[in-house]
Write a protein that binds this ligand. Structure first.
Ligand code: NAD
Length: 474
């Protein structure tokens, strides 16, 4: 998609600029502001891996942006666009994101500069395991130090290689499973992590759409049902976000992948499009839809909500004017350049910022980490107890009223919470509460003009207080 190192440069600068803009609205000492902004530790490694008959030198990074709370937390991405600036920017976003959703971690991020499509699974495993051993050697991974997770180009499979490598190198660490999140269930993962970021994106946008006065300003009605949605990137985040919007009655009018976009004003079915993609190798030529061989054109089609869920800087000064959406939900990290942000704010578009909107992944990662440290599945202790208690309650209601509850009603009430119920409800609560907190700052703090600035203020306020209370080591 042609994202260059210059783009990463400006991505990093735009994160810094957003931070500076927000810092003016806070009350902290300049030293504390400078410390919140600074990247605390940076690891850059180059290591050799045997690929076929030759040896390839792989470039990789891990950045711990903030140690104000430990462990550091943030995904690992596999992409040719990875460089130090990009990883620093993403790690900084993680710090602010964790603070916004009250997850007690510092921000971190990792990246391996590879095009994962060029390697076999076995070669990717070798690269991932070697990267993990580099992190172990340099003390850049561990349940209390730094805990990676999936990101662009990685998923449960890579996390499984990481936990296995870390555990082999730290055989006496009883909490070894908590060294990484986003693992498969069999390796200590938590139910609900896979869809967490996409579901969080859905909860966040749904909450934004619930405020009648905000929707009126955009010329929209409240609620999700009937809204026209375009999603860019049908990977982990984009696919799940699209699925939840579809289930809530939104109309998926456009879907965009790296090799083309499709549009159908009557609505697309995301699972059927995925099936078509699997059989044909792409989403183009889906029955009944209009094709765009240039995926960027897909972003500019008519819709109410646009959800970029691929990579950064996809909306920039040259296409921002042509964006028709009234709401942009930043599911990806940094999908808007700062020039695009300015243009869209001027057009009155509601931009729901990445540092809040895609925090569902880290929120559920936090739940997974807690599960690993407590060595017990959520719901294991209380599920049966709750069911017995509800049963007795229904018996009491029946005997006092003299009326019988139907078997179906009893069955519905009797369900004690399972792990997935608890994870989804914890995620929903987090996304709803955090949106309200940011909106409150947006509406009530003098001079704050957009949700992104409000979200940064929310983060700086919380981290600043943490530093003040931590005291600075003399
Ligand atoms: P992924 O690798 O699962 O999916 C990315 C998708 O985007 C792929 O299907 C890819 O083919 C597609 N894509 C690539 N270039 C594109 C282009 N130019 N146009 C359209 N589609 C394109 O990655 P993911 O985990 O879904 O992450 C996507 C974004 O969300 C990244 O910015 C990531 O940092 C962010 N994010 C991910 C998580 C998570 O939990 N996975 C959490 C927070 C933020």
């Amino acid at each position: 998609m042609g994202i260059t190192n210059t783009a990463n440069n400006s991505f990093f600068e735009s994160v810094q600029r957003n931070f500076d803009k927000a810092a003016q609205f806070t009350r902290f000492d300049q030293g504390i502001i400078a410390q919140i902004k600074a990247c605390n530790s940076i690891l850059r490694v180059k290591f050799p891996v045997k690929i076929g008959d030759s040896i390839e030198v792989i470039e990789a990074y891990r950045v711990q942006h903030s140690h104000h709370k430990l462990p550091c937390k943030g995904g690992i991405r596999f992409s040719m666009e990875v460089d130090q600036e990009e990883v620093m920017a993403l790690a900084a976003l993680m710090t602010y994101k964790c603070a916004i959703v009250n997850v007690p971690f510092g921000g971190g991020k990792g990246g391996i500069k590879i095009d994962s499509r060029k390697y076999t699974a076995f070669e990717l495993e070798k690269i991932t395991r070697r990267y993990t051993s580099e992190l172990c050697k340099k003390n850049f991974i561990g349940p209390g130090i730094d805990v990676p997770a999936p990101d662009y180009g990685t998923g449960a499979r890579e996390m499984s290689w990481i936990v296995d490598t870390y555990s082999s190198l730290n055989p006496t660490d009883i909490n070894a499973q908590a060294c990484v999140t986003g693992k498969p269930l069999s390796q200590g993962g938590v139910h609900g992590r896979t869809e967490a970021t996409g579901l969080g994106v859905f909860f966040g946008i749904r909450e934004a759409c619930a405020f009648q006065e905000d929707m009126e300003k955009l010329g929209l009605t409240p609620g999700i049902a009937g809204k026209r949605v375009i999603v860019q990137g049908l990977g982990n985040v984009g696919y799940h976000a699209a699925k939840y919007f579809q289930e809530a009655g939104a109309k998926l009018v456009g879907l965009i992948e790296y090799n083309g976009a499709i549009y159908d004003e009557n609505g697309l079915d995301v699972d059927q499009v995925q099936a078509h993609r699997q059989t044909t190798g792409g989403i183009l030529n889906y029955p009944g839809a209009i094709n765009f061989s240039d995926p960027a054109e897909g972003l500019e089609q008519a819709c109410d909500i646009l959800i970029p869920a691929a990579l950064e800087s996809v909306i920039h000064k040259d296409n921002a004017e042509r964006i028709q959406a009234r709401i942009i939900g930043e599911a990806a990290n940094g999908p808007l350049t700062s020039e695009a942000d300015t243009i869209l704010n001027r057009k009155g578009v509601l931009v729901i910022p990445d540092i809040y909107l895609n925090a569902g992944g880290v929120t559920v990662s936090y739940f997974e980490w807690l599960k690993n440290l407590s060595h017990v599945r959520y719901g294991r202790l209380e599920k049966r107890f709750s069911e017995n208690m509800y049963n007795e309650l229904i018996d009491i209601i029946e005997s006092t009223t003299g009326k019988r509850v139907s078997d179906l009603e009893r069955k519905m009430v009797l369900r004690g919470p399972s792990e997935i119920d608890l994870v989804h409800s914890g995620l929903e609560d987090t996304m709803v509460d955090s949106y309200r907190e940011i909106r409150e700052i947006y509406r009530n703090r003098e001079g704050v003009e957009d949700l992104r600035t409000a979200a940064f203020i929310c983060a700086i306020d919380k981290i600043g207080v943490a530093y003040e209370q931590l005291g600075i080591f003399p």
